[in-house]
Design a protein around this ligand. Structure first.
Ligand code: NCD
Ligand code: ZN
Length: 355
């Protein structure tokens, strides 16, 4: 397309990092993702977490029922399930997950790093050897929340320190392991993934492409800009934009859309997570357009993810138009409401059609 073109049609994109929750919350949000994406990697940090293949398959059934309830055609959206890695995940459980054909990855949450991560891993290389070996052998990706939880490490430095303390030793011990460094937020993360040897990739969220940490404090504390890993300074945002728009197949779309009811974010101890499923492609298109790189959006959104996961690219399309899109102030969330990222602001692109 030319820079002035007023529409942009892409191969239908996928979301490689999504929180759908459960119950009425799931029913409230699943349609938003299904309207834009063909597939999504579904995060397993429910309460209790999804730690077995049986639990993942039951959760998948609940997602399929929620889609039906939302009036979406069967096959309109495919949830790609994941397991939550614990200190006790066995090689047999990984083999079962892989054999199911419906569980596509395993998620590492360092214990205490983020929302619902209490059951997470306490000592990756010390405790998870059998699971990591099985993943490496089966070619199943390990999805990594890359932040150390050491209270002595500044919250803005936790990703960079994770690379040295965990990522490098992990990948040295299991050089064939497919690793997705989830929701990278720093120049160090972007450069590590760009330059490392072996099968490593990263997802990038829309908020980390569009905003730096000033957004959290502009005119007062703004909890709807608070997510983990937290927004970083402008130099990091620019490094992420460069990575996402570079054309490198190692970088792909993962919204990390993480719905929390308004009252749990506007709170003395507000939850981490930005709701972006509603307007994900509008956000990404605005970010890519901002640096004149709309021609790189399709690779990032629609090709690099399935290629890394070893899945077929989608056949359908999604069309955006260069039209102002006013982000709603809030949307329904069961008995509560959800405030989408950048509520009340406008974006430059709007999704107008899909197939
Ligand atoms: C996520 C959530 O709410 O589940 N929150 C977030 O800020 N991203 C958890 C996560 O992915 O870290
Ligand atoms: Zn997440």
């Amino acid at each position: 397309m030319s820079a002035a073109a007023s529409t942009l049609t892409l191969t239908r994109p996928d979301d490689w990092h999504l929180h759908l929750r459960d119950g009425t919350a799931l029913e409230a949000v699943v349609g938003d993702s299904a309207r834009q994406f063909a597939r999504a990697i579904i995060m397993p940090n429910l309460k209790p977490p999804v730690i077995t293949t049986a639990q993942a398959l039951e959760y998948r059934e609940r997602i399929m029922r929620a889609l039906e309830k939302a009036g979406l055609a069967a096959g309109a959206f495919t949830p790609l399930m994941t397991l939550y890695l614990t200190d006790n995940t066995s090689a047999q459980e990984i083999a079962r997950a892989h054999a199911s054909g419906l569980v596509h990855a395993v998620k590492l949450y360092p214990a205490g790093a983020t929302t619902n991560s209490d059951a997470g891993v306490t000592d990756l290389l010390g405790k998870c050897g059998p699971a990591l070996q099985a993943l490496e052998k089966l070619g199943m990706p390990l999805l990594v929340h890359g932040e150390v939880t050491d209270a002595a490490i500044d919250v803005f430095d936790r990703e960079a320190v994770f690379i040295d303390r965990v990522m490098v030793p992990l990948r040295r011990a299991y050089p064939g392991l497919k690793v997705v460094f989830e929701h990278i937020t720093t120049q160090e993360g972007a450069h590590y993934v760009r330059d490392a040897d072996g099968p490593v990739a990263a997802t990038i969220t829309p908020q980390h492409l569009l905003y730096n940490r000033n957004a959290i404090f502009q005119g007062g504390v703004r909890p709807h800009w608070y997510c983990l890993p937290i927004l970083k300074r402008e130099t990091h945002r620019q490094a992420l934009i460069a990575a996402a728009t570079s054309g490198s197949p190692r970088f792909f779309l993962g919204t990390d859309s993480a719905p929390h009811a308004r009252g749990t974010k506007e709170h003395a101890c507000g939850c981490a997570g930005c709701y972006t499923a509603l307007h994900a492609m509008e956000l990404y298109a605005t970010a890519f357009d901002g640096v004149g790189k709309l021609d790189k959006l399709e690779g990032f959104a629609s090709f690099h993810g399935p290629d890394f996961y070893g899945l077929a690219r989608n056949r359908g399309t999604l069309t955006l138009a260069r039209e102002e899109y006013a982000i709603p102030a809030e949307v329904a969330f069961g008995d509560a409401t959800l405030v989408p990222l950048a509520a009340g602001e406008s974006l430059k692109w709007r999704v107008v059609a899909g197939s």
